[in-house]
Design a protein around this ligand. Structure first.
Ligand SMILES: NC(=O)c1ccc[n+]([C@@H]2O[C@H](COP(=O)([O-])OP(=O)(O)OC[C@H]3O[C@@H](n4cnc5c(N)ncnc54)[C@H](O)[C@@H]3O)[C@@H](O)[C@H]2O)c1
Ligand SMILES: CC/C=C\C[C@H](O)/C=C/C=C\C=C\C=C\[C@@H](O)[C@@H](O)C/C=C\CCC(=O)O
Length: 259
């Protein structure tokens, strides 16, 4: 998939990985709708992207992925402005083991919501042009991260949902590829959760064990993950794939086969 003229939506786009995904899509020719709850950061990012790419290449739309109404309106506005939708990245995510229902709501329900809303515009069976949906999980979606059990559960949920959607799409003919990015630790603000008893709650005692894990795994730069993301967007042979991004490089996860 060449990106010139393609239109993308990225959630949680105001900073961190979402900002990186948006920038690499722009660099490669796409138009990008930046969705985020953080209005100040989102508007400021749009201003700086306007200087680099011109005002017609991006939209910033305040949007909480927990709100069906806001999310639906944001996607509608993207399609009305840019005329189509080809690439959808469900990236918004949080860690909150205290308000764990919010973590489930943002990380898992937000991904399901975004995917179903995107399908309304992208599904070839309902008049769309097809495309690719990339969901951002984590290696905590493939194995346990002890200090954040609910976060771990949501990311496992994102992995299972995305793989099932890939199979549903192939079988039904949606014309949409579904892929996953599963990074190890990346240098973004989400790592601050580790030092916050208000976020880790009853698992705060596991800070040192998590730090040890972080030393073993290393901490990636955002750019290492955005390169992997671009690969999954562009490579038409990848569907239902989970690309782990690790310090030693990127590799596709294998899963037990079911007869
Ligand atoms: N940084 C890491 O170590 C790491 C590793 C693996 C996976 N991830 C995943 O990458 C994704 C991005 O995280 P990040 O590291 O860039 O964190 P981050 O905290 O820097 O960025 C998250 C962004 O999501 C936005 N957001 C939060 N709740 C939202 C909501 N309800 N609706 C819309 N936007 C919302 C925030 O405002 C922020 O801009 C998350 O899904 C995270 O789980 C991160
Ligand atoms: C405080 C948490 C901060 C950020 C969350 C973010 O998603 C980062 C997660 C990083 C690490 C998770 C580690 C989990 C490790 C193990 O469970 C392991 O079994 C994972 C499975 C596969 C890894 C493959 C490999 O290392 O080769």
């Amino acid at each position: 998939m060449a990106l010139e003229g393609k239109v993308a939506v990225v959630t949680g786009a105001a900073q961190g990985l979402g900002k990186g995904f948006s920038e690499i899509l722009l660099k490669n020719g796409a138009k990008v709708a930046l969705l985020d709850v953080a209005e100040v950061a989102g508007k400021s990012l749009k201003e700086s992207l306007d200087e680099q790419y011109g005002p017609d290449r991006t939209l910033f739309i305040p949007c909480d992925v927990q709100s069906q109404q806001q999310f639906k309106a944001a996607i509608q506005k993207t399609v009305e402005t840019f005329g189509q939708l080809d690439i959808f990245c469900n990236n918004a995510g949080i860690i909150n083991e205290v308000d764990w229902e919010k973590a489930v709501s943002v990380n898992l329900m937000g991904v399901v919501r975004g995917t179903y809303l995107a399908l309304e515009h992208m599904n070839k069976l309902s008049g769309g042009q097809g495309g690719v949906i990339v969901n951002i999980a984590s290696i905590a979606g493939l194995g346990p991260l002890l200090s954040v059990p609910v976060y771990t559960a949501t990311k496992h949920g994102v992995v299972g949902f995305t793989r099932a959607m890939a199979d549903a799409s192939k079988e039904s003919g949606y014309g949409i590829r579904f892929n996953l990015i599963c990074p190890t630790f990346v240098q973004t603000d989400i790592l601050n959760a580790l030092q916050s008893p208000a976020i880790l709650g009853q698992f705060s005692n596991l800070e040192d064990s998590t730090k040890k894990l972080m030393e073993q795994h290393g901490i990636l730069d955002v750019s290492q993950v955005t390169e992997a993301f671009l690969q999954l967007v562009l490579d038409e042979t990848k569907d239902g794939a989970a690309l782990m991004v690790l310090s030693k490089g990127s590799q596709y996860s294998t899963f037990p086969s079911i007869i």
